[in-house]
Write a protein that binds this ligand. Structure first.
Ligand code: G6P
Length: 611
């Protein structure tokens, strides 16, 4: 949600900032802006994409500076418009030429605005960010760092900010609370960004800012402090991402690239963890909680969006393989209920970004109520990964496509490993464990095979892509897969789709089925196969167009459906890792066929760091 990039050094900042913004554009893309100090303050802002901003500044000599801040926005306060775009400024008349880019929400902006108005400030935008800019301006007394610290002491809410001031043309101040910000450290230069994809092209040395920490950067020095001005010594680390991981390569879209990466990322996720020969799972990240995990009375899985669907699969796995009562909750609901967290509860936050505000708040709430908290998170060093007691990283590499794919596979794989890890300490016998792990190790190969069906899936999708309402059905562990298939289709092609348990269709949604309505049914071989066939007949007799995802060799299913996509025969608990792949491809092809912007779907953001 919103991308920030800032630079101070000796290179041309404009190119670096624009390139950084393009890499961060998946975080938000309804407006963009840049501010540069170059013998004065120069600002450009525009509605829409970074490419529009680039056109405005690329040939403008005023933007030939070596210090600047830039932003790509996903609107929270104030409609997307030029005046609400960042950078925002302090008061035009009595200001100090302060410009700020901000990610997050200043919760007490209304009271701060009233206070500032009383002191004569006039505002030109609807944003909370402008209020923060004015507050910094109001408190400015010749030292930007001190003014930012003082302003942040007055603020409640979340922020990642980068600030420059015309009166101090060689200083960049950045700060964060509850919203990520990374400082890349080069030779006599600093590149700051809300995620490392905008940094790795320039340096792989970086430090993560802690909550309520401010960094003052000049070309050859940095100083980090708390907002109370207590000096800190951050630890400089090597960033793990390589440039190749964040480049499109030969693919048309990041989503497609990431779908195709899944065999490899699943392998990396399991490497050194799954040992089929010994029938053993090694999870170093949670080793110190092994005993609590095996004695767990209840597992609580928390997430939003795709991560929630992975968590729902986790519920089947923990109950089925480990015999532990498990609940899944929308993190956004859990945090505002009065949840009962019994002793012996392990709460697991499932999240790609590790920054989703609701998931973070929910897992903090579970912790307050006595749960041990674990993270199943992708981004190393993210807030959830740092706030939980322990965790297992997904290790799927950076996910750029807004529609999550490889992270889903990573989340399901991590939950499968956790469930078998705990199950083995309960009643999961060695034989079944070995069988499951062997199948898990072979899964990348099976995924590869489904990917080979992409053209066939494209042809199937072509046949129904003009239809505006779809259903996705599944049972057992394939029910959350149906939810995920519907979500993927909605997100990127704007086709209305609903996912549900196949049996639930009879209780209302069946009324929607008319001739040719696409109904995607996951009908792989398993304990509920016959029942799913029954549901297919219910759809067929009402004229629905059935696309079945079925198990290789099941030729009998062809008479029940219009199209069939085969996947390998794998044990039932592992089927979601495979049955979701055709649904990802259907969504992708549908979006491309409809001419939609696959990687930047309207209204969405990759990481939602506000409630
Ligand atoms: C946003 C994204 C989804 C994602 C969800 C949870 O809505 O668009 O793709 O599933 O947030 O994100 P997380 O980073 O916590 O997995």
């Amino acid at each position: 949600m919103c991308g920030i990039v800032a630079y101070i050094g000796s290179k041309p900042a404009r190119e670096l900032l624009l390139e950084g913004l393009k890499r961060l554009e998946y975080r938000g893309y309804d407006s963009a802006g840049i501010a540069m100090l170059n013998g004065g303050l120069h600002v450009a802002r525009t509605m829409g994409r970074v490419s529009g901003l680039e056109e405005m500044v690329i040939d403008d000599e005023a933007f030939n500076g070596t210090i600047g801040i830039a932003h790509t926005r996903w609107a929270t306060h104030g409609e997307p418009s030029e005046r609400n775009a960042h950078p925002q400024c302090d008061d035009g008349k009595k200001g100090h030429g302060i410009r700020i880019v901000h990610n997050g929400i200043i919760e007490n902006y209304a009271s701060l605005k009233t206070y500032l108005k009383e002191r004569g400030h006039e505002f030109t935008s609807d944003t909370d960010t402008e209020v923060l800019a004015h507050l910094i301006g109001e408190l400015y007394n010749g030292n930007l760092e001190t003014a930012v610290q003082a302003a942040l002491r007055e603020v409640t809410g979340a922020y990642a900010i980068a600030v420059v001031c015309e009166e101090e043309p060689d200083v960049l101040v950045v700060a964060r609370k509850g919203s990520p910000l990374i400082v890349g450290v080069g030779k006599d230069e600093y590149v700051v960004a809300s995620d490392s994809s905008a940094i790795v092209a320039h340096t792989t040395q970086a430090f993560l800012l802690d909550d309520e920490t401010v960094a003052r950067l000049t070309r050859d020095s940095f100083r980090t402090t708390t907002v109370e001005n207590v000096e800190l010594t951050p630890e400089i680390q090597e960033l793990e991402y390589s440039l190749e991981q964040i480049e499109l390569g030969d693919f048309d879209h990041f989503m497609l690239k990431e779908i195709y990466e899944q065999p490899a990322t699943l392998k990396t996720c399991m490497q050194g963890r799954v040992n089929a020969i010994d029938g053993n799972i090694v999870l170093g990240g949670v080793a110190e909680f092994a005993e609590q995990l095996s004695k767990a009375k209840r597992i609580l899985l928390l997430g939003q969006g795709t991560a929630l669907h992975a968590a729902m699969i986790g519920e089947y796995l923990f109950e089925g393989l480990a015999g532990i009562p498990t609940e899944v909750e929308f993190a956004s609901e859990f945090r505002y209920r009065n949840p009962i967290v019994e002793e012996g509860t392990i709460a697991i936050a499932v999240s790609q970004s590790g920054e989703t505000a609701d998931t973070l708040a929910a897992v903090q709430e579970a912790k307050r109520r006595g749960a041990i908290t674990l993270g199943a998170v992708n981004v190393v060093g993210s807030t959830i990964s740092r706030d939980t007691d322990a965790g297992v990283y997904l290790r799927v590499g950076p996910e750029i496509g807004v529609a999550s794919t490889k992270a889903f596979i990573g989340q399901v794989a991590v939950l499968t490993m956790l469930a078998t890890y705990v199950g083995r300490r309960h009643h999961l016998g060695k034989e079944l464990m070995t069988e499951l792990l062997a199948a898990l190790e072979a899964m990348p190969m099976h995924i590869e095979k489904v990917l080979g069906e992409s053209d066939h899936i494209l042809q199937i999708t072509k046949g129904v892509v003009d239809r505006d309402n779809w259903l996705f059905l599944g049972r057992g562990t394939n029910y959350p897969v149906a939810l995920e298939g519907a979500l993927k289709l909605k997100e990127i092609s704007y086709i209305h789709a609903e996912g549900m348990p196949a049996a639930e269709m009879k209780h209302g949604p069946i009324a929607l089925i008319d001739k040719g309505m696409p109904v995607v049914i996951v009908a792989t071989k398993g304990s509920q196969y016959e029942k799913v066939i029954g549901n297919m007949e219910e759809v067929r007799s009402r004229g629905g167009h059935i696309i079945a995802v079925a198990t290789e060799g099941d030729t009998a299913i062809q008479k029940h459906c219009d199209d069939v996509i085969y996947v390998s025969d794998v044990p039932e608990p592992l089927q979601p890792l495979l049955s979701v792949i055709p649904l990802q491809l259907i969504a992708y092809h549908a979006a491309v066929l409809r001419g939609k912007d696959v990687d930047k779907p309207r209204n969405l953001a990759k990481s939602v760091t506000v409630e």
